[in-house]
Design a binder for this molecule. Structure first.
Ligand SMILES: Cc1cc2nc3c(=O)[nH]c(=O)nc-3n(C[C@H](O)[C@H](O)[C@H](O)COP(=O)(O)O)c2cc1C
Length: 408
C-alpha cells in the first residue's frame, strides 16, 4: 500500500461513478492474493443498481453507505464452484462441512482485504460492513446464493467525499507476544487501554450512552450478549441451510426423552383470577422439564406449607400401566411429606395444556420461545387466560438473565 499509515474508513462518497474497467481491474488484481490450494474459494457479487442496493440496505441496518455508494461488493465464501468442478470431473467432493466453510471464509476475507488495499491505492474509499455476518439469511435470499455459498463481507466503495480523522490503535506491545502468550494482567490492561479511554471522542461516547466505562458501551450497547447469541443462532441456521453444516452438527442441547423417575422441582405460587395457585416445575439439569399447576386449596386442591419452595416430583407406574406423579418435600422439621397424585388434583383442561407445555420444555425449546408461545395462546375463558399469565410468570425465572422474583 502506498501509505497504510494514513488509511481510514470512508463512509461518504461523491456521485462520481466507478468505471467498469477500473473496478474489473481491481477485482482481477485482488485475485493475486493467496488462497487454499489455489482454489480461490470465494465469489464476489457486484451491486450497482439502485433497486438491489435498496434491497440490501435493511439487511445492513440501513447504514446509509449502502445506498449512497456507487458500488457495493458482497464477498462470499464459495465452495459451490469447486464442488461442481469436482463432480463434473469424476472427483468426489467432501466440502459440506464446517472446516470447508472456515477455509472458504478465510479465502474470501483475504481476497476482500487485498481488494481494499488495491482500491485505496487507486484513490477509492471503502467501508467494510460487518453487518453481513449478522444477516446472512436475508442477504443469501436477496443475492440468490446457492448451497455452499455464504456471504462473509460487504464493502461499500466510492470516491471519498470526506476525510475523517485517523482512528487510534493499540500499541505494538499490547498485541504482540514474544515466543509465548503473555497474560494480560490488570496493570497491563490499564496501560494498554488508558490512552483509548482518555480520547475526548470516547469520553463523549461514554457520556452519550449514559455508561460508566467505555467497555460498557461495547458490552451493553454496541455488541451485546443477547444480540451476539441471537445472531450466532441465525448464522448457524444459514450454515445449515447452505449445506456447510447438517442439523446434527449444530450443538443441540442433550434431550432427555424418557422422563427420569425423580425430578427436582421448584414450587412457584401465583394468582389466577384472585385464587391462589401453585406451579410445580420439574427440572432436569437445572432446566424446566415439565410443569404441573393447580389450585392451592384446602379442600380439593393442594395444601402446602408456605415455606416449601423446593422438592421433587416422583413418577410411579402402576401394574396396570397407569402413571401417577407425586410431589415430595422435606418439611421444616426434616420429615419427608408426599402429596400424592398431582395430576388428579387438577382440572383436566389445565392439565392438558400443562402436558403440551411440558412436551415443549422437554425438547428444550429455548425458554423465551416457550414464554412467547404460552403468552400467545388465545383461549376462551378468562380463567385459562390468567392461568397462562401465571405459567409465564413461573417460567420467567428460568430465563438466562432472570432476576430472583418475590413469590405471590
Ligand atoms: C469486521 C468489521 C466490521 C465492520 N463493520 C462496520 C459497519 O458495519 N459499519 C461501519 O460503518 N464500519 C464498519 N467497520 C469499519 C470499522 O468501524 C473501522 O475499521 C474501525 O472503526 C477503524 O476505523 P478506520 O478503518 O477508519 O481506521 C467494520 C470493520 C471491520 C473489520
Amino acid at each position: 500500500m502506498k501509505n497504510i499509515k494514513t488509511r481510514r474508513t470512508i463512509r461518504k462518497y461523491t456521485q462520481q461513478p466507478i468505471p467498469d474497467e477500473l473496478l474489473n481491474q481491481l477485482l482481477e488484481d485482488a485475485s493475486r492474493t493467496q488462497t487454499m490450494g489455489n482454489l480461490q474459494l470465494y465469489s464476489v457479487i457486484v451491486t450497482r443498481s439502485e433497486e438491489m442496493k435498496a434491497r440490501l440496505a435493511p439487511l445492513h441496518f440501513n447504514q446509509p453507505m449502502v445506498t449512497q455508494a456507487p458500488v457495493v461488493l458482497t464477498v462470499c465464501a464459495d465452495f459451490r464452484r469447486t464442488t461442481d468442478w469436482c463432480t463434473s470431473r469424476d472427483a468426489m467432493p467432501g466440502y459440506d462441512n464446517l472446516l470447508s466453510y472456515q477455509n472458504a471464509a478465510t479465502d474470501a476475507l483475504l481476497y476482500t482485504q487485498t481488494f481494499c488495499n488495491l482500491a485505496e491505492d487507486a484513490g477509492l474509499g471503502i467501508c467494510f460492513l460487518g453487518t453481513t455476518v449478522y444477516m446472512t439469511q436475508g442477504i443469501t435470499e436477496v443475492l440468490r446464493l446457492p448451497k455452499l455459498v455464504v456471504p462473509v463481507a460487504t464493502l461499500t466503495v466510492g470516491w471519498p467525499a470526506e476525510e475523517p480523522a485517523l482512528t487510534d490503535r493499540l500499541t505494538l506491545e499490547s498485541f504482540v507476544h514474544n515466543e509465548t502468550y503473555q497474560p494480560y494482567t490488570e496493570e497491563r490492561i490499564n496501560a494498554f487501554y488508558a490512552p483509548k479511554e482518555a480520547l475526548p471522542e470516547n469520553k463523549a461516547f461514554v457520556e452519550a450512552n449514559h455508561k460508566a466505562t467505555l467497555a460498557q458501551v461495547f458490552t451493553d450497547c454496541r455488541y451485546t450478549k443477547a444480540d451476539n447469541e441471537a445472531m450466532s443462532a441465525s448464522l448457524m441456521q444459514t450454515l445449515v441451510a447452505q449445506g456447510f453444516l447438517s442439523p446434527a452438527d449444530t450443538i443441540l442441547p442433550v434431550i432427555q426423552e424418557s422422563r427420569p423417575e425423580v425430578l427436582e422441582c421448584d414450587v412457584v405460587r401465583f394468582q389466577n383470577n384472585r385464587e391462589k395457585w401453585v406451579a410445580f416445575v420439574g427440572l432436569h439439569e437445572g432446566k424446566p422439564y415439565e410443569i404441573f399447576t393447580g389450585l392451592m386449596d384446602d379442600d380439593e386442591g393442594i395444601l402446602l406449607p408456605k415455606s416449601v419452595s423446593k422438592g421433587c416430583i416422583v413418577k410411579h407406574i402402576s401394574d396396570n400401566g397407569q402413571k401417577r406423579y407425586d410431589f415430595q418435600f422435606v418439611n421444616k422439621r426434616g420429615y419427608k411429606t408426599t402429596v400424592e397424585g398431582l395430576s388428579e388434583k387438577f382440572n383436566p383442561e389445565y392439565w392438558n395444556y400443562a402436558k403440551l407445555i411440558s412436551g415443549v420444555l422437554r425438547y428444550r425449546m429455548p425458554i423465551d420461545h416457550v414464554i412467547s408461545l404460552v403468552s400467545s395462546l388465545e383461549l376462551d375463558s378468562d380463567h385459562i387466560n390468567s392461568w397462562t399469565t401465571g405459567v409465564v410468570r413461573a417460567l420467567k425465572r428460568y430465563l438466562p438473565d432472570a432476576q430472583p422474583e418475590e413469590e405471590a
